[in-house]
Design a protein around this ligand. Sequence first.
Ligand SMILES: [Mn+2]
Length: 286
Amino acid sequence: MFNLVFTYKRYSFEECRNILKELEKILIKEPIIIERSERKALFIGDLHGDWSAFEKISKFIDIYKDHLVIFLGDYVDRGENSVEVFNQVAYYKLSDPDRFILLRGNHESVPINDYYGFKYELIKKFGQNDGNELYVLYNKVFSQLPVAISINDRKLIGIHGGIPINTSSIEHFRKIDKGQIEISDPILMQALWNDPNDLIDEYEPSPRGPGIYLFGRKIFRRFMNNSNAEMMIRAHTYIQQGFRYFFNKKLLSLFSVLSYTAGPVDGRIASYDNGKIRIINLGEKL
Ligand SMILES: [Mn+2]
């Protein structure tokens, strides 16, 4: 087998392959929407291969021992340590599958992670042949990541992007098929890509590109009412301050890196305890 510890290390091809094999066995059993009853959870937004942010996050994971840990996706691309960050997230999942939830982000898909750096990183670190082989294996595992979670008797919903068109409650996500390496289903695509917008009521085309939408106040209210949910925590949007509230503080958007293509970020994560949110600054003293 393989030996995993929380540390920065260089992985061999075989280690990556073994981690992915074990991780896939666990993920394949998880439904597309996870329902949990826990009232306490730690939420982590985009990581994008940023090891220094992830190392700080790991300290909070240790401190918040009695909290579920929910990763909101976008582990890879942009940063230089996508392999190391994702493998350590996998390490958490393998060591305690019930405590750690790994949701899918829009970067956990082909061809996005070909274009934004993950494939290049694999080829740089493992060579052309092994790098390409691992790229296929990683993406097969990514396609098994669940898309949304509800906790605390459905009061809180976690997702990477947001609310797709024709999706009036969390139940609609059950229709999504797992195993889409390249995302073909518009509901899955929008769940991973859509963004909230406080200034609109319904949907508007997103500046991110075709097939992606901004969702507004009415859409959010209807979705939350129909889902019996009070609060949503998501990631995906670049926010220099690391967090931003939308829709009368019913939606929290997190960004958990310390540096991004646009410059330094005040990365944040958040703890949730039975309705109470605490925004955690990754730079704060422990
Ligand atoms: Mn994203």
